[in-house]
Ligand binder design. Structure first.
Ligand code: FMN
Length: 357
C-alpha cells in the first residue's frame, strides 16, 4: 500500500454526507499505510439532532462505505472493526488493508457525483426495475430495510408528515442557530472553513435568496413566525415532497451505535444507487433523529408542542412504513428527477494533512 492509494481512498471516504456537512471525523493512517483509524469528533455536532452521536454515526457509516468501495475499486482488500477500543468510545472504526486485484465498482464514480438536491424535482414515473435496483443496493447490510412509496395518495399523506422536519427548524431556536452557524454565505467563507453548506445548496429561488439572510437573526424569525413564516416554509417543503417520484424510509434493526453505523452504510449505498440511476435525493433525517431522541425519553430542548407532534409522527411512520419498535428509522427521503437548477457543491477538508502515526 502506498500513500497515493490511501489518499485516493480517503478522498472518496470524506465525500460522505454528514449533518450540515460538519465532517465529524479524525483520520489516522499507520506509517506502513496498512491501517486506518477513524475517530468521532463529538464537538463537531452538539445539535439536538445528534442524540448520543446518532447523526454522526450515520455519517461515519457513509464514510466507511465510501472507503470500502474505493478500496475495492483501487486494489485493496479492506476489513473493518467497529469500536475496536473499549477504553475510547470515540474510536469508531479500524480498517486494515491488504493488496488485492482491483475490482471495478460502479459506485466509485457515483461517490463523487452524489449530492443533496434541495431544489424541486420533476414528477416522473420510476420503473419497477429501478425500484428493485434501489432496494437491492442495501441487501448486503444486515437488518437494513427500505420502504419506497410511489402511490400518489400515499405520497400526499407522507408529504403532510415530512413537512414538519422543515417547520421545526424555524420554530426551535437551538436547531435554527445550529443550522445558520453552518451556512456559508460567500466563497471566502467556504474556502476558509471547508465545511458547512454554501447558501446556494439550500434550494432557494432568486426571491427567497434576497430575504434569506434576514432569517439568521432569531429575533426576526420569532416576529416573522407570528405572521406565518414557519408555516410558509413548511408549505414550500410540502410541495417539494409532493412532487417527488418516491418518498421513503430507510431503517435498520436495533438501536445501538453499531446499528447506526451499519445503517449509515446502507444510507450511502442507497444514495449512490439513486445517483447512478440519475436520480436526485434529499434526506429528511432531522425528524427521524428527533424520534430517536424522544424514544430515549430525552425531551430536553424541545417544546412540549413539538414533542407531541414528533410522537404523533413516530406512530404515523410506524404505520405507513410498516415498521415496529425494534427498528431504528434512519433516513426519510424524497427522490426524483432533479430540476434544471445547478447548486454549488459542499466542500470537504483536505485529507493531505492526515496524521501518519
Ligand atoms: C445524519 C445526516 C442528517 C441530515 N439531515 C438532513 C436533513 O434533514 N435535510 C437535508 O436537506 N439534508 C440533510 N442532510 C444532508 C447534509 O446536509 C449534507 O449531506 C451535507 O451538507 C453535505 O452535502 P452533500 O450531501 O451535498 O455532499 C443530512 C445528512 C446526514 C448524514
Amino acid at each position: 500500500m502506498n500513500k497515493e492509494c490511501i489518499q485516493k481512498i480517503l478522498e472518496a471516504a470524506v465525500r460522505a454526507p454528514s449533518g450540515d456537512n460538519v465532517q465529524p471525523w479524525d483520520i489516522r493512517v499507520s506509517e506502513n499505510f496498512t491501517q486506518i483509524d477513524v475517530f468521532n469528533l463529538p464537538e463537531k455536532d452538539d445539535s439536538i439532532y445528534n442524540y448520543e452521536q446518532a447523526a454522526s454515526y450515520i455519517a461515519h457509516g457513509a464514510f466507511l462505505e465510501n472507503l470500502l468501495i474505493a478500496a475495492r475499486h483501487l486494489g485493496c482488500q479492506a476489513g473493518y472493526q467497529l469500536f475496536p477500543d473499549q477504553q475510547n468510545p470515540n474510536h469508531v472504526t479500524q480498517i486494515k488493508l491488504t493488496e488485492a486485484d482491483p475490482k471495478q465498482d460502479p459506485y466509485y464514480l457515483a461517490i463523487f457525483q452524489r449530492y443533496t438536491n434541495r431544489f424541486p424535482y420533476q414528477k416522473t414515473e420510476i420503473s419497477a426495475a429501478t425500484l428493485n435496483a434501489l432496494k437491492d443496493s442495501i441487501e448486503n447490510i444486515n437488518g437494513a430495510h427500505v420502504n419506497l412509496i410511489t402511490e400518489p395518495e400515499k405520497i400526499k399523506k407522507i408529504a403532510d408528515i415530512f413537512k414538519l422536519n422543515d417547520r421545526i427548524v424555524f420554530e426551535n431556536q437551538a436547531i435554527h442557530d445550529f443550522l445558520f452557524d453552518k451556512i456559508r454565505w460567500n466563497k471566502k467563507q467556504m474556502e476558509e472553513t471547508q465545511d458547512g453548506m454554501p447558501v446556494d445548496v439550500l434550494g432557494l429561488n432568486p426571491v427567497e435568496k434576497v430575504f434569506f439572510p434576514l432569517l439568521r437573526f432569531w429575533g426576526y424569525v420569532k416576529v416573522a413566525n407570528r405572521l406565518g413564516l414557519s408555516k410558509m416554509i413548511e408549505l414550500k417543503c410540502w410541495w417539494n415532497y409532493r412532487q417527488a417520484s418516491v418518498l421513503g424510509m430507510l431503517s435498520i434493526k436495533g438501536h445501538d451505535k453499531k446499528a447506526f453505523i451499519e445503517g449509515g452504510r446502507a444510507v450511502q449505498r442507497f444514495w449512490l444507487e439513486a445517483t447512478r440511476q440519475g436520480f436526485s435525493l434529499q434526506p429528511v433525517i432531522g425528524l427521524t433523529l428527533l424520534i430517536h431522541r424522544l424514544k430515549n425519553t430525552d425531551s430536553t430542548r424541545l417544546s412540549a408542542h413539538h414533542q407531541l407532534l414528533v410522537k404523533q409522527v413516530n406512530q404515523q411512520f410506524l404505520q405507513y412504513f410498516d415498521l415496529n419498535e425494534k427498528d431504528s428509522m434512519l433516513m426519510g427521503f424524497r427522490l426524483g428527477a432533479g430540476s434544471q437548477f445547478h447548486s454549488a457543491k459542499t466542500l470537504r477538508k483536505p485529507v493531505l494533512n492526515i496524521m501518519i502515526e
